[in-house]
Design a protein around this ligand. Structure first.
Ligand code: XMP
Length: 329
């Protein structure tokens, strides 16, 4: 009979057999549950011969890279390299307003950065005693992703761009290792808990690969990124304080295009327009807006007004999916 413990034991044996005594593996981590659970399994199976890489693309949540680094390194013992490439990504995003272009730029730049780092790690690996070449690439694919990529084979470009950490760069010619490919999300969470991954991480809301670039309508600028990051942190803090985090499937702050008038002291000033979005969904294909008690939204509004500078208006988004999507772009 199937239990988590027997799954872990079997998977570790399978990974060790695949990778061999000296084989090495590389993989990207995002701070989300899937890539963290996959990385922890690899660490248990082959220790530091698994190399995790996290790319800070400048459009992550506030303090995300530092938080993930702490949890994965100190907390979970994973051999992790964090690359801060925020300026590179933000430079390339400057002036770009088309959401699909934003996705492409972020995806391509990610591969470029990852590829360069993979080459570097591979070179170092060759000089490490008792370790062989990097031949494996870890991917946190779940069973629903497997089904999706089978049924959408062919014109699946837009489906594929939804994958958070991204697929195997073709020219890397590494072999794929997918320890979660038979599991559903709830099983990954259970597995994560049994592997000692903190509850906060295990139950984290999903976060898109292109990050807050697709939560800023129009051009992405460092100032807009700052506002979204700070407003988002406040929104999530208040949702947690109200005990609602697990009732909501995904919540975040976003930024509308343009400015609106506001008043600071006795001055009329044009400021940014923040949108708050919180949805409940079972499958992310359809979703409804979460019904907050007014006092929660009021507290979020007050804190954004007091703590985030440069914001003139705060909206709560009530759209359902369909016709809207969950993200703004
Ligand atoms: P939408 O906005 O399509 O979102 O209703 C459904 C789910 O997919 C996530 N999403 C993305 N994830 N890359 C990703 O990795 C993307 O380009 C992307 N677009 C949407 C979204 O956060 C939600 O969970």
């Amino acid at each position: 009979d199937w239990t988590m413990a027997s799954f872990v034991d079997k998977e570790i044996i399978r990974i060790r057999a695949l990778v061999g005594e000296k084989g090495q593996c590389i993989g990207a981590v995002s701070g989300g549950v899937d890539s963290t659970v996959a990385a922890k399994l690899m660490q248990k199976a082959i220790g530091d011969r698994f190399h995790a890489v996290m790319v800070d693309n400048g459009v992550l949540r506030k303090n995300e890279a530092a938080t993930v680094e702490k949890t994965l390194t100190a907390g979970l013992g994973i051999n992790l390299t964090v690359l801060d490439r925020s300026s590179l990504f933000l430079d390339r995003l400057a002036g770009v307003t088309d959401p699909e272009k934003k996705r492409k730029i972020i995806g391509n730049t990610f591969y470029e950065v990852f590829q360069t780092e993979a080459d570097k790690i591979a070179k170092e690996a060759e000089n490490t005693p008792n370790a062989g070449k990097i031949e494996w690439f870890l991917q946190g694919t779940l069973y629903p992703d497997v089904i999706e990529s089978i049924s959408f084979k062919g014109p699946s470009a837009t489906i594929k761009t939804h994958h958070n950490v991204g697929g195997l760069p073709e020219k890397m010619s590494l072999k794929l290792i997918e320890p979660l490919r038979e599991l559903f999300k709830d099983e990954v969470r259970e597995l994560g808990t049994s592997l000692g991954i903190p509850e906060d991480l295990v139950w984290r809301h999903p976060f898109p690969g292109p990050g807050i670039a697709i939560r800023i309508i129009g051009e992405v600028t460092p100032e807009k990124v700052r506002i979204v990051q700070e407003a988002d942190l406040i929104f999530i803090e208040e949702i947690r304080r109200a005990g609602l985090y697990r009732k909501i499937s995904q919540a975040f702050a976003a930024l509308f295009e343009g400015k609106a008038v506001g008043v600071v002291g006795d001055q009329r000033l044009h400021g940014h327009i923040v949108g708050l979005r919180a949805v409940q969904t079972s499958d992310f294909m359809t979703a409804d807006a979460f019904e907050f008690e007014w006092k929660v939204l009021r507290e979020v509004r007050n804190r954004i007004g007091n703590e985030v500078g440069g914001v003139a208006r705060v909206f709560y988004e009530i759209s359902s999916k369909p016709p809207a999507t969950i993200e703004l772009e």
